[in-house]
Design a binder for this molecule. Structure first.
Ligand code: ZN
Ligand code: ZN
Length: 294
C-alpha cells in the first residue's frame, strides 16, 4: 500500500469515528459498511483509472438534462473488474458476516469466469438489475449480496472516472434534480451555513451539485404548500424534505458548516432513524440505496 493510500484510509476512518461519536445509535450500521467505505477509498486511489475526457461532455446536451454518463463511456471492458470485485468481496465478508456463504460463491464464480462483472455494466443502470436476477438464480446467491457488490463496484468506477469532471461541468447550467454525472437522484441534501445554498449528493457516483430551484428534485413540482420539512424535536439540523406531489422525501442536513472533513454517505447513514420515520409515514426515498431499504 502506498503512503498516499494510508493517509486517505485514515481520513475516512476519522470521519466514521467522529460521526459515530455524534450519533451513537448509528454505530451498528456504519460499522457494517465501514470496510466498504475503506475499500472504496483505497481502490480509487490505487487503481488510477483514467478519467473520462472532459471534452467529450457537451455543454448544450447538459443544459438539455443529458447527464455525462449518456455522453461518454464510463464502463470499459478492459477495466480491472475482477480485481475490484474480489477486493469488494473481502470487505463485504468483513462487514456482513451473515452474507459469508454468498460472498464465497460470488468470489468463486468471479475467479472461474462464470460471472464477468463487466456484463452488469453494458447498459447501465438497467443491466445491473438484470445481472442481479440472472446471477442469483444461476449461482444460487442472494440478490442482496450481488446488489451490494455491484452497487459498490459501480460507485468505485464512477467516482474514479468522474475525477475532475466537476470543475469542467460547473457553471454549465445544470438545473436538474438528478445527478449531472450519473443520472441518479440524490440520497441527501445539505444546506450550507450562511449562504443557504442547497447542495445535493449522489450516492451512486459520489458527485455533489448545487440545486438552486425551489422545486422537488424528484418530480420538479413545486408543492402547493411550499416546501415541507420534517424534523425530530430538538435536532433541527437533521430534517427530511417531503414532496406532497410525488410522496418522496429527501434527508436534508440544515445549516452545515463548510469547515472540516466530511463524507456525505456516512452522514446520510447516521440519519436512518429519519428514513424509518418517513417511510412509516408513507413516503418513499428520493433514491433507494443499500441502507434505506428496510
Ligand atoms: Zn451520480
Ligand atoms: Zn416530488
Amino acid at each position: 500500500m502506498t503512503k498516499k493510500a494510508d493517509r486517505k484510509t485514515s481520513r475516512v476512518e476519522g470521519i466514521i469515528e467522529y460521526i459515530i461519536g455524534k450519533s451513537p445509535h448509528s454505530k451498528e450500521i456504519i460499522t457494517a459498511f465501514k470496510p466498504l467505505f475503506l475499500v472504496r477509498e483505497r481502490l480509487i486511489d490505487e487503481l488510477n483509472l483514467k478519467s473520462i475526457d472532459p471534452s467529450s461532455i457537451d455543454g448544450e446536451k447538459l443544459r438539455q438534462g443529458i447527464p455525462c454518463i449518456d455522453q461518454a463511456p464510463f464502463f470499459l471492458k478492459g477495466d480491472p473488474w475482477e480485481k475490484i470485485g474480489l477486493a469488494v468481496a473481502s470487505a463485504m465478508r468483513e462487514g456482513f458476516p451473515a452474507l459469508g456463504e454468498d460472498v464465497a460463491r460470488l468470489e468463486k464464480s468471479i475467479k472461474a469466469g462464470d460471472i464477468r462483472l463487466f456484463d452488469a455494466f453494458t447498459d447501465f443502470p438497467g443491466s445491473v438489475e438484470k445481472a442481479v436476477a440472472r446471477w442469483s438464480s444461476k449461482a444460487d446467491i442472494k440478490p442482496q449480496a450481488i446488489g451490494l457488490m455491484l452497487g459498490t463496484v459501480a460507485r468505485i468506477v464512477l467516482q474514479a472516472k468522474s475525477n475532475g469532471i466537476d470543475k469542467h461541468i460547473e457553471g454549465m447550467g445544470w438545473e436538474k434534480g438528478y445527478c449531472p454525472v450519473c443520472g441518479a437522484h440524490p440520497t441527501i441534501a445539505v444546506i450550507r451555513e450562511k449562504i443557504a445554498q442547497r447542495w445535493l449528493h449522489c450516492s451512486r457516483c459520489g458527485h455533489e451539485w448545487r440545486f438552486s430551484r425551489m422545486f422537488c428534485p424528484g418530480c420538479e413540482q413545486e408543492s402547493p404548500s411550499g416546501l415541507d420539512y420534517f424534523y425530530v424535536e430538538d435536532r433541527r439540523q437533521e430534517t427530511a424534505f417531503t414532496c406532497n406531489s410525488c410522496k418522496r422525501y429527501l434527508i436534508t442536513l440544515n445549516q452545515i458548516s463548510d469547515m472540516g472533513d466530511h463524507d456525505r454517505d456516512v452522514s446520510a447513514m447516521s440519519l436512518i432513524h429519519l428514513d424509518l420515520v418517513m417511510q412509516e409515514k408513507g413516503f418513499t426515498p428520493m433514491s433507494w440505496c443499500e441502507w434505506n431499504t428496510f
